[in-house]
Each structure stands twice: as structure tokens, then as C-alpha cells.
Design a protein around this ligand. Structure first.
Ligand code: NAP
Length: 267
């Protein structure tokens, strides 16, 4: 088994393989990265390619591409990228007789090797070593699907974290501490998560009738959040961008509809 890339994640993957009893060879561009205990450092890439399976975990596909070779027998790609990049790599693998699994890691390095670490994988259902890293979840035949799920879920994370930081900054202008605010946000997020199945169904059926909260009232709320942010001296780019997005749905005639109708603009 070989691992290319000894960054934070690649090192965690190599350690997990060693713990599972695999014979592990590692390769990294720079010499300064430590060789995980129990693993062997490859002298060059060709030596790393002698393994039955090569796991890659590099910064991007762009830096990974020139390293790949048809001397690889089976490639388990855990470098993050776009669906298109995953599909192109799958095609390259097919053309060069390399067995290919495309995966994305929905966990941080510290979780690798524990049951909570989900690894979405696509294309080939044979997933080789993924069990050693956590919980493999097969998402479908199209090699781009794992990357698609990855980016969708990361988008939820980035938007949520930015919303939280906006709240910390805004309430912080009046001395509210993160310790006071955070439990409220955590409760709020749990309640919001419960609303998602219904919202998902609304987007599917394109039926946005609501007795709960109309888009009009939410556009007003976002205008207030953007204005309050400015008046309290914090950045208003995020609430303003959300206001503008929601307002476009309102202008399309969804003012009395639910928030789910914003999908009509996003789609
Ligand atoms: N860290 C996380 O929480 C996390 C979570 C999920 C997915 N991932 C994914 O895992 C992958 C690796 O992330 P990471 O956190 O391990 O990043 P990292 O610590 O920054 O490591 C990056 C790795 O890429 C290598 N690299 C960068 N440019 C290169 C080049 N031009 N040629 C050859 N090697 C090059 C680095 O080698 P050098 O040591 O020589 O610079 C290093 O091994 C990324 O695709 C990331 O999206 C990470």
C-alpha cells in the first residue's frame, strides 16, 4: 500500500493503514514532512507505484495530475476536487488500465480511522482500503458524484460557519461573548435541521404555499440584519448578499411563498 502526500490528511491516512497492519510506503514532494511511524519512505515515485494500491491525498488535482503514471495498478484518489476533475481522472485511469476509486473525506485528520469518519466514494464499488479510514459510503456510478456531494455539503458548512461568525461579530459589538451566544446557536441549528426534510420536499414538488413564514418578511429581516451590521460597525457583505439573493426570488413573484422558493433563483 502506498500513500502519496504527507500533509495533515495524507499522514493521518498513512497512520491508519499502519495501525490496520498494512505494509505502507509513503511519498511526499518535500523531505521535511515526517515519515509516519511504521511506514517506509519511498526513494522515488516509481518505488511508491510498486504497491498494489496507491492512495493519493494531495492539495489539489492540479498538483496531483503530473505525478500519476500508468505504472500504478489501482488508484484510490482522496484528493478533493470538482466533479469534472474526478471524471477526467477516472477516464485517464480507464485509458491507462489503472483500476480507479474516487473518494472524498468528510472528516478532519483527527477522525481518520474512527467510525465517524465518512468517506464518500463513487464509480467503482470495489473500495479497497477505505474501511481502514472510517465509514465508506457509496454514492453512485458516476465518478464525479463523490466530489459533487462533497462540495454541496461543504457549501452548507461554509455558509453556516459564516452565519455563526456574523452573529458572533454582531452581538460582540455589545459585549456578548461567544460563550453566551454559542449554546443558543447550537439549539437553533438543531431546530433548523428539523425543517430541512420539508424544505427539500417543497423544492422537489415546487409547491411553496406556506402558513409559516413568507419570503417578504424574510427579505425585510435580511435588510434589517444588513443595516444593523453596518450601524454596529461590522461587515455587511454576507447579509447583503443573502438579502439580494432572497430579493431576486421575491421579485420573481415568490413574496408570499416559503423560503424554499429561493431555489427558483439558484437553479
Ligand atoms: N485537512 C482536512 O481537514 C481535510 C478534510 C477533508 C479533505 N481534505 C483534503 O485532503 C487533501 C490534502 O489536504 P491536507 O489538509 O492534507 O493539506 P496539506 O496539509 O496542505 O498537505 C498538502 C499536500 O499536498 C502536497 N503538495 C502541494 N503542492 C504540491 C505539488 N505541487 N507537488 C506535489 N505535492 C504537492 C504537499 O506536499 P509538500 O509537503 O511538499 O508541500 C502535501 O503533501 C486536500 O485535497 C483536502 O481538500 C482535507
Amino acid at each position: 500500500m502506498s500513500v502519496l502526500g504527507l500533509g495533515r490528511m495524507g499522514s493521518a491516512l498513512a497512520c491508519a493503514l499502519v495501525k490496520k497492519g498494512y505494509d505502507v510506503t509513503v511519498w511526499n514532494r518535500s523531505a521535511d514532512k515526517q515519515t509516519p511511524a511504521g511506514a517506509r519512505r519511498a526513494g522515488d515515485l516509481d518505488e511508491a507505484f510498486e504497491a498494489d494500491v496507491v492512495v493519493t491525498c494531495l492539495a489539489t488535482y492540479e498538483v496531483q495530475r503530473p505525478l500519476l503514471s500508468k505504472n500504478i495498478k489501482a488508484l484510490v484518489n482522496l484528493t478533493s476536487g470538482t466533479p469534472e476533475e474526478a471524471r477526467v481522472t477516472a477516464e485517464w485511469a480507464r485509458d491507462n488500465g489503472v483500476e480507479y476509486v474516487d473518494g472524498v473525506i468528510m472528516a478532519v485528520p483527527q477522525q481518520i480511522g474512527t467510525p465517524g469518519a465518512r468517506i464518500f466514494f463513487a464509480g467503482n464499488e470495489e473500495h479497497h482500503v477505505l474501511d481502514a479510514f472510517g465509514e465508506p459510503v457509496y454514492v453512485g456510478q458516476d465518478a464525479g458524484l463523490a466530489a459533487l456531494y462533497d462540495l454541496g455539503l461543504l457549501g452548507v458548512m461554509w455558509a453556516t460557519f459564516a452565519g455563526y461568525l456574523q452573529a458572533v461579530a454582531l452581538t460582540g459589538t455589545e459585549g456578548v461573548t461567544p460563550q453566551q451566544l454559542t449554546p443558543m446557536v447550537a439549539d437553533w441549528l438543531r431546530e433548523l435541521a428539523e425543517m430541512l426534510p420539508e424544505m427539500g420536499e417543497e423544492t422537489q414538488h415546487r409547491d411553496y404555499e406556506t402558513e409559516v413564514s413568507a419570503l417578504d418578511i424574510n427579505v425585510s429581516g435580511l435588510r434589517m440584519l444588513a443595516e444593523a451590521s453596518r450601524r454596529q460597525g461590522v461587515d455587511s457583505a454576507l447579509p447583503q448578499a443573502l438579502h439580494d439573493l432572497y430579493q431576486r426570488a421575491q421579485q420573481k413573484g415568490h413574496g408570499t411563498h416559503s423560503i424554499a422558493s429561493v431555489i427558483e433563483v439558484i437553479r
